[in-house]
Design a protein around this ligand. Structure first.
Ligand SMILES: [Zn+2]
Length: 466
């Protein structure tokens, strides 16, 4: 029998009573925005949690060599559509350990969690979504978003009552937040939106809202929140604000200075994506001048649309790329200290937006390393502790995420700051980034040495107490 030196060392330490952790992460540059820790440390993980962070030598049954790499809390994405094994895999390769669908959400929270109860690759959670609830109450035939009465028919007082009741039910079933998207439900009048916000205010639940475009859209959402005392989270300020990004960030900053609970998020791309049949596209482009249709691109072919192709693809349905923002405004949104990084991941039937696979690595590669527009610690803060804090009041379990500290969940992303960068493009949106080396969810590697580990499901439900 051959006994190697490491094994002898292990035996010796066991005799001395030194703990042996499930896994150790050795020699990495540990960066924790919550505590400010920014130094080389060893980590020991046990039972899915961080057991020790130390300069001392530590022993584990399994070792991750993190020398030369940054060890950060796993990234938390507040806005990710898809929520399928395929999108969880894409997101894990981008460093995401918790993926939450808080804008569209679902109309049936209990069923949504039940479908995932065997575990997923990364942690997951959902909101009770006004859009989805309205589709159910108004019997809309759309699959992803409303295309009929869910978008275009005013609700009766009885239907508004039903909508509010279903939202309350979703909250009782543990929804993380309330989702809403006013441009997708243009017939939802102020009474109806107020009923939704009243539930939010009464239960202190944040409403994650896709606002109507521009300053007027933000004023409307702020007024609803003020009137009802509802916490407000404005999704993708970049694509809702466009050229008004600086002034709308200022409005959010002012609201916060006056004590209002308002937060926002952004994704680092100048083009958006949504369903061509949705009200938000149809209302703008159905009667737009022909030249404006060239803002739209059809993903399967990469062609910019004209009147004829717009009508043709609108009959078929599917996602369309929308080029309406400038890189300059995206940079304003991404670098503002107010914004959380959230992908708005979007993927369906084998195609989607590159933000699904590249949001977090793009911020680290392009905005931090290449243009020095953000410090690495500040970028990590926007991906970890900021999104965790947004949800903590309603979901206390989020206090154990987004941080590297003893007792926290062992959700950890380890990357090479010298090479990390996205590769996906609008034409090839499924390319995984480079430089994200190890991604650990509840102590288990879902990405090892830059490759996805398959057939594992350590991800758990993120859910409000029921
Ligand atoms: Zn979205």
């Amino acid at each position: 029998m051959v006994i190697d030196a490491a094994y002898l060392g292990l035996l010796l330490l066991l005799q001395l009573g030194t703990p042996v952790y499930d896994r150790v992460i050795l020699g990495g540059h540990v960066m924790d925005p919550a505590s400010g820790l920014d130094a080389v440390r060893n980590l020991g993980l046990s039972g899915g949690r961080i057991a020790v962070i130390t300069t001392e030598a530590v022993l584990g049954r399994d070792t991750v060599d993190a020398r030369g790499l940054v060890v950060a809390p796993g990234f938390i994405d507040l806005h990710a559509h898809g929520q399928t094994p395929e999108t969880y895999r894409f997101q894990s390769l981008d460093g995401v350990t918790t993926s939450l669908e808080l804008e569209l959400g679902t109309s049936d929270v209990a069923a949504w969690y039940r479908e995932r109860s065997a575990g997923e690759r990364i942690n997951y959670g959902v909101s009770i979504g006004h859009i989805k609830v309205r589709m159910a109450v108004m019997h809309d035939s759309g699959t992803v978003m409303p295309v009929g009465d869910g978008a275009y028919r005013a609700a009766t007082p009885e239907q508004i009552d039903q909508i509010a009741k279903r939202i309350e039910t979703g909250l009782r079933e543990g929804a993380v937040s309330i989702g809403a998207g006013f441009p997708y439900t243009p017939a939802a009048a102020r009474d109806e939106l107020l009923a939704v916000f009243r539930v939010a205010g009464m239960t202190k639940t944040p409403v994650h809202v896709h606002i109507r475009p521009g300053v007027a859209g933000l004023k409307e959402a702020l007024a609803l929140a003020n009137e009802t005392n509802a916490p407000l989270h404005v999704v993708h300020i970049n694509s809702s604000a466009l050229a008004d990004t600086p002034v709308m960030l200022e409005m959010i900053s002012d609201a916060r200075a006056h004590g209002h609970d308002v937060t926002t998020e952004a994704y680092p791309y100048a083009a958006g994506m949504t369903e061509i049949q949705s009200a938000t596209i149809q209302d703008i482009y159905r009667s737009a001048p022909d030249a404006r249709l060239a803002e739209l691109e059809w993903p399967p072919t990469g062609e910019r649309l004209n009147r004829e192709s717009f009508e043709r693809y609108a009959r078929i349905g599917g996602p369309v790329v929308v080029y309406t923002n400038s890189e300059q405004m995206v940079a304003v949104a991404i670098t503002s200290p107010l914004t959380i990084i959230a992908s708005d991941a979007y993927w369906q039937n084998g195609t989607g937006h590159p933000r699904t696979t590249g949001t977090f690595s793009k911020v680290l590669g392009r905005y931090v390393r290449e243009s020095h527009a953000l410090s690495l610690m500040e970028a990590l803060r926007k991906m970890t502790v900021m999104p965790a804090q947004r949800l903590e009041a309603r979901v206390p379990a989020m206090r154990q995420k987004g941080r590297l500290r003893v007792g926290a969940d062992a959700d950890i992303t380890i990357f090479d700051p010298a090479t990390v960068v996205d590769r996906s493009t609008y034409r090839e949106p499924s390319l995984s980034p480079v430089g994200i080396q190890h991604v650990i969810v509840n102590g288990v590697s879902v990405v090892a040495n830059g490759r996805a580990v398959d057939d594992i499901a350590p991800g758990k439900a993120v859910r409000a107490p029921t």
